[in-house]
Design a protein around this ligand. Structure first.
Ligand code: TA6
Length: 299
């Protein structure tokens, strides 16, 4: 729940506003002069919406999603830190996506870019489950045809720690059967659907006809999602992030997820960017930075 007065200093007329979102959770609404927009919940520093200047929504958000302080939002961009998946003792995909972040800054730049920065630091609760000191910074930069999301991880403590960090981005597509991911041919993947089997991707275009859950190791920085049903593509450009994950739950897993509609697998695909293939180590006072730019190409 939010106190509206305290958010006034972040408001920029026509560019940034903080307001209650679903269930009263605070969200930052960014508007670009082109008409493009983005929304970021402070809960999880979770980008839940990105619209292009035509008003088309480019991110998937489940109609069944939770919007609650202790639960992740299903869709948009969950921030993964410090654990990917269930590979460790922490909650699935770590605690960043279920933490209350702070809004640190909003900005409208002379070149038109509208930006917001959110921060999260260790707390008694995080130290109870993960005994390290850290500072995270999530940056969201909205431009006319592109959205850049960056993640900075700082070790503010005296002990080194190991971590995974990723943007678990859900894209909205017209029809998963008319969707393809390009750019991963020749890349070694770990296939979660086959017990973690490693193999080299032979397909130029990854298409979907079953549950798909693969981590592509040391993936190229430029990937492309073709959403043929909407006659548009998303160019995905990552920097400082080594891996990519391609995920669609398909029919059976969709039915098992309480916060996801049974039929919604048809309108989404996750193309995730970050370091999830293995844990990275961060020395005291060191920092890691990665970012991904999503550019919408309409045809
Ligand atoms: O990144 C793919 C993945 O790890 C899948 O294995 C799948 O479980 C998905 O993330 C969603 O996880 P979640 O905890 O959000 O249900």
């Amino acid at each position: 729940m939010m106190n509206e007065i305290s958010w006034e200093k972040f408001a920029i007329p026509g560019a940034a506003a903080v307001m209650p979102g679903v269930n009263g959770l605070a969200k930052v609404v960014l508007t670009h002069r082109s008409g493009a927009g983005a929304e970021v919940y402070l809960h999880g520093a979770h980008v839940t919406s990105w619209t292009n200047s035509r008003g088309e929504e480019l991110f998937f958000l489940s109609r069944e999603s939770n919007f609650a302080p202790d639960k992740p939002i299903r869709g948009g961009i969950p921030v993964i830190f410090p654990q990917f998946g269930a590979d460790g003792p922490l909650p699935m995909h770590g605690f960043a996506r279920i933490s209350a972040w702070e809004l640190a800054h909003t900005e409208a730049r002379a070149n038109g870019v509208v930006a917001a920065t959110l921060t999260l630091a260790d707390s008694p609760h995080t130290r109870e489950i993960w005994p390290f000191a850290f500072a995270l910074e999530l940056g969201v930069l909205l431009d006319a045809g592109a959205l850049t999301v960056s993640l900075r991880v700082r070790n503010t403590g005296k002990a080194a720690f190991e971590y995974a960090a990723a943007l678990h981005t859900y894209f909205r597509v017209a029809d998963i059967r008319r969707t393809a991911v390009y750019g991963l041919e020749g890349v070694t993947s770990i296939d979660d659907m086959r017990g973690g089997a490693r193999e080299v991707e032979t397909r130029a275009a990854i298409r979907f006809a079953e549950e798909t859950d693969r981590v592509y190791l040391a993936a190229p920085d430029a990937l492309r999602l073709e959403d043929e049903g909407n006659e548009r593509a998303i160019a995905i450009a990552k920097r400082g992030m080594s891996d990519a994950v391609v995920w669609n739950p398909w029919i059976a897993r969709a039915r098992r997820m309480p916060d996801f509609g049974d039929d919604e697998y048809q309108q989404m695909v996750c193309v995730e960017t970050g370091n999830m293939g293995c844990q990275l180590e961060l020395a005291p006072r060191a920092e890691w930075y990665g970012e991904t730019t999503f550019r919408c190409i309409t045809k």
